[in-house]
Write a protein that binds this ligand. Structure first.
Ligand code: BEZ
Ligand code: FE
Length: 283
């Protein structure tokens, strides 16, 4: 009888004109029904599940995406990311819920830390094609939390809009460089239903220190990624399972007065250097 029910629902989808939508809904139905058959939830448990999803939706605003967060902590974002990843070039990782405003256009060398107070650092490198050819004019969208671990959109009363964000254009040799503060590990938002889920399962909410990037260039597949600070706490227990070894970068203590002068930072300073490699092809 229960299998008949599953097949009746799948059969009800037969007039779906989009074949991919039909495939996705049929598979979702079969997996959801299998989950219910396996776990046999009580009526009270099912109501609790519906309440949880309702609260997740009700927590979403223009600047808060609780469903993305749910997908992140369940490892689904990372799974979708991995399935779609281009195996060449710089590894990708999750977008996260804080890329929701347009980053301000900034000149190379600008400081994206508009507030100060953190440990100053320089991030520099090149955007390259897979064969090592530099990509002049490549675009680099950058965003990070402040030294206390909050994004600008989480603290509109405290941080100026655009703090920790920048849209940079690589120079004629594909080079980029900008100033910021060394990011800190931070907890993902825990004041909503996803936080309740983490508490109920005894999980910590922390992400290791990182800076987000989306790199794009004409004729190349864009990459959405982070760099993680080598030695950061929680590299081995990221709340959203997004760490890849290849993305962990040294933010090296650098004592070089002439380089510090060139970048406009006090000497010594921390310096992360890495190249972003894009794959030509699908773009
Ligand atoms: C982030 O790194 O911005 C992020 C990613 C997933 C969940 C929460 C935050
Ligand atoms: Fe982040």
């Amino acid at each position: 009888m229960t299998t008949d029910l599953t097949e009746a629902v799948v059969d009800s989808l037969k007039d779906t004109t989009d074949p991919r939508l039909r495939e996705l809904l049929a598979s979702l139905t079969r997996h959801l029904h299998a989950f219910v058959r396996e776990t046999e939830p009580t009526m009270a448990e099912w109501e609790r599940a519906i309440d949880f999803l309702t609260a997740t939706g009700q927590t979403c605003t223009d600047t808060r995406q609780e469903f993305v967060l749910l997908s992140d902590v369940l490892g689904v974002s990372m799974l979708v990311e991995t399935i779609n990843a281009d195996e060449h070039g710089t590894d990708s990782t999750v977008l996260g819920p804080f890329h929701m405003t347009e980053s301000p256009v900034r000149e190379l060398g600008a400081d994206i830390d508009l507030v100060g107070g953190g440990e100053p650092c320089v991030v520099s490198g090149r955007v390259l094609s897979l064969d090592g050819t530099p990509l002049p004019g490549a675009l680099l969208d950058v965003w990070q939390a402040n030294a206390e671990g909050f994004y600008d959109v989480q603290q509109p009363e405290v941080q100026p809009a655009g703090n920790g964000r920048g849209l940079f254009t690589a120079d004629a040799e594909g080079r980029f460089w900008f100033r910021t503060c060394v990011p800190s590990p931070y907890p993902i938002p825990t004041d909503g239903p996803v936080g309740d889920l983490l508490k109920a399962t005894g999980r910590h909410p922390y992400r290791p220190a990182h800076i987000h990037f989306i790199a794009s260039a004409a004729g190349h597949v864009p990459v959405t990624t982070h760099i993680f600070v080598a030695g950061s706490e929680h590299l081995d227990s990221d709340a959203v399972f997004a760490v890849k070894e290849s993305l962990v970068q040294d933010f090296a203590e650098t004592d070089d007065p002439s380089l510090a002068r060139e970048f406009g930072v006090p000497n010594p300073f921390r310096h992360a250097r890495f190249d972003l490699v894009l794959n030509p092809g699908r773009s």
